[in-house]
Design a protein around this ligand. Structure first.
Ligand code: ZN
Length: 67
């Protein structure tokens, strides 16, 4: 039985840029590998990986910056 990969968040410790990596299956396409790249697209800093347990917390983090 294949394991559903959990989504996780990558956060840049330098500029605060973050993105959520959510994979639909355990088969990785080239596009998936690029989106998983733990390097900030803004300042090329190595990003920290944070776990995301629930979809709600993902939505919170996405909209939290506007509050
Ligand atoms: Zn950055």
């Amino acid at each position: 039985m294949p394991v559903q990969p959990k989504p996780y968040k990558l956060v840049c410790p330098k500029c605060g840029y973050s993105k959520v990596v959510s994979l639909k299956s355990d088969f990785l396409s080239l596009k998936d590998l690029i989106s998983m790249s733990p390097v900030c697209s803004k300042c090329k800093e190595q990003m920290d990986r944070e776990s995301v347990d629930k979809l709600e917390s993902v939505i919170d983090s996405l909209f939290g910056m506007f509050k």
